[in-house]
Design a protein around this ligand. Structure first.
Ligand code: HBI
Ligand code: FE
Length: 284
């Protein structure tokens, strides 16, 4: 009870979720019975449209893991997913009313609990939604939590987040979340693919991020990434590309304290701007 809602960016809208339902760690019951037939239908249509777009654009690990979500024709019960997810990687999903503050967010991840927003967008928001909803969180994020290496990366990210928060570097580290877990690209032997949830749950950005000649694509470098501002209301102008989930996991093994200093010393870079040291990846 009595937790404050959070609003990101310059939004004047109040957040949609009902935070009076949340406990002190911001989790809440999923309230599965309160979904309407129209809600289930929205999920079914989003799932159908998005899964058809994946071949050639989503990474193999995501396509392989997607069936682990179970039902496609209605919003799944989170407990049903947890029956498979817990034995697979030790992760579980927990319901939240929407975006939650940084500290409790990192804390859940550090404990292998992934927060999933429980409400779904209205039909007139089918193409674009400002806040993450249950479709973004489940379809976008949960399949890769079945991948052991990626699952370990997300937990390590959460643990690092708690340290970053204490160092006043939460905002810098959240750029790494943005450019990997939300908007990451991976170089497969057969081409560039998306693994970030923000891309995988968006029809337009899936094609844009992988195929468009417009955005800048750079081999992931932690300092370069944490210096880079991002777009919250448009397709990304910069994407960071990894070679494998193992590389991502290995990159995040060392203590980040000196990296935050390097980021602060070298300054911010606007999205879409290239610098001399970038290792650029071209498509087409
Ligand atoms: N809360 N529910 C939810 N989902 C997020 O992705 C999320 C959040 N709170 C904070 C947050 N993300 C950001 O700080 C991350 O970029 C680290
Ligand atoms: Fe997300």
């Amino acid at each position: 009870m009595a937790v404050a809602p959070v609003v990101y960016g310059a939004s004047e809208r109040p957040p949609r979720g009902d935070y009076s339902r949340a406990m002190d760690d911001y989790t809440c019951p999923q309230n599965w019975g309160s979904y309407t037939e129209a809600d289930h239908d929205t999920y079914r249509r989003l799932y159908e449209r998005q899964s058809a777009l994946l071949p050639g654009l989503a990474c193999d690990a995501f396509i392989e893991a997607l069936p682990s979500l179970g039902v496609k024709d209605r919003i799944p019960r989170f407990e049903e997913i947890n029956e498979r997810l817990k034995p697979a990687t030790g992760w579980e999903i927990v319901a939240v009313p929407g975006l939650i503050p940084e500290r409790p967010f990192f804390d859940l991840l550090a404990n292998r609990r992934f927060p999933v927003t429980d409400w779904i967008r209205k039909p007139d928001e089918f193409e674009y939604i400002v806040e993450p909803d249950v479709f973004h969180d489940l379809f976008g994020h949960v399949p890769l939590l079945f991948n052991p290496v990626f699952a370990d990366y997300v937990q390590r990210y959460g643990a690092g987040g708690l340290k970053a928060h204490d160092l006043g570097a939460g905002e810098l580290l959240s750029r790494l979340y943005w450019y990997t877990i939300e908007f990451g690209l991976i170089q497969q032997t057969d081409g560039l693919r998306a693994y970030g949830a923000g891309i995988l749950s968006s029809s337009g950005e899936l094609r844009h991020s992988v195929n468009s000649p417009d955005p800048l694509r750079i081999a992931l470098d932690l300092v370069r990434c944490m210096r880079t501002k991002y777009k919250i209301d448009d397709y990304q102008a910069t994407y960071f590309v990894i070679e494998s989930f193992q590389q991502l996991f290995d990159f995040t093994a060392p203590d980040f304290t000196p990296l935050y200093e390097a980021v602060r010393a070298s300054g911010e870079i606007a999205a879409g701007t290239t610098i001399a040291s970038d290792s650029r990846i071209t498509v087409g």
